[in-house]
Design a protein around this ligand. Sequence first.
Ligand SMILES: *Cc1c(COP(=O)(O)O)cnc(C)c1O
Length: 340
Amino acid sequence: MAYIKLNSSNYFHNLDQISKKAGGKEKIFAVLKDNAYGHGLKEMANLAHQYGIKRVIVKDLREADEIENLFEETLILSQIPKGIIKKGISITINRIDDLFHLPQKSDIHLKIDSGMHRNGIQEEETEAAFKLIKDKKLNLKGIMTHFRSADDLSSELFWQRENWKKIKKQVLKFCKKYDISIPSFHSCNSAALFRLKSCDDDFVRCGIATYGYLETDEIFGTFDLKAVLSLWAEKLSSRLLKKGERAGYGGIFRADRSMIISTYDIGYGDGFFRADGTKELFTDSNKKILGRVSMDNFICEGENREIEVLNNAKKMAKHFNTISYEITTKLSPFLKRVVV
Ligand SMILES: *Cc1c(COP(=O)(O)O)cnc(C)c1O
């Protein structure tokens, strides 16, 4: 059976690197949303806990419930849950109306749009939001923003950081005016943290770097991060292909000599991308994939019992014109995870 291997020492190594940049592991929100970027939520949450991470970020209540009680704080990014919110769970406010839909005393992080124009209240709504927070007796734990161009070679990050500094000042003013205790501030994702000399917020929110990747422009140098995930496939069957015979859907691959080929139990049904056989693609064990990838298999030459399909999501991403995030996040939650 195909499986995903999770390398715990690589994960801890990446968290060490992030801690060094951020100024301590207590400053990290480890981002575990979307099944821990496809790695496996439960497994990665256990490792984060083992390392001493106190705060994590997930997508919704279902994910928060899956890792219940492991952390001091679990921040939900993309859902306003119905009813009372359990202790230890806090909610991201993505628009001002969200403030009407939460019970009193809920812990919230207010997202303020500093220029990405995706989520968060507008800067001009900050005072109105503070009034509502006071009225509705919500517990403002954090103020956050998100940078739109942290991994691109441009000055946009610095422009947005200036906006953020302005927003922070405003927030302090309104805390005083409405007698609300000063919340924590956080803005940096992985790329921003590694690119900036220092991040002077209370917390950083790191996802991709914890898993061993950064998509920053090469000009920013390389960083000492190690891939946590590798994907392994097992042989299903072998056969002799005679010279001139073709294999797989559409018969795209044609043998130029007599050869032994085998099928392996990973395909696009497992979240691996569907290579269509028109461009050479090698697995990370340097075996060429022959012809098209099917739903549950692909074909390689030889009879190896097992093949390491993937250990460098960035390389695979390049082939499919996407980013490492998508390569790992798409992997099926049903693949077995083995922590080593
Ligand atoms: C996903 C996400 C992050 C983590 O980003 P990385 O680039 O993976 O470090 C941080 N903040 C927000 C709001 C996010 O949605």
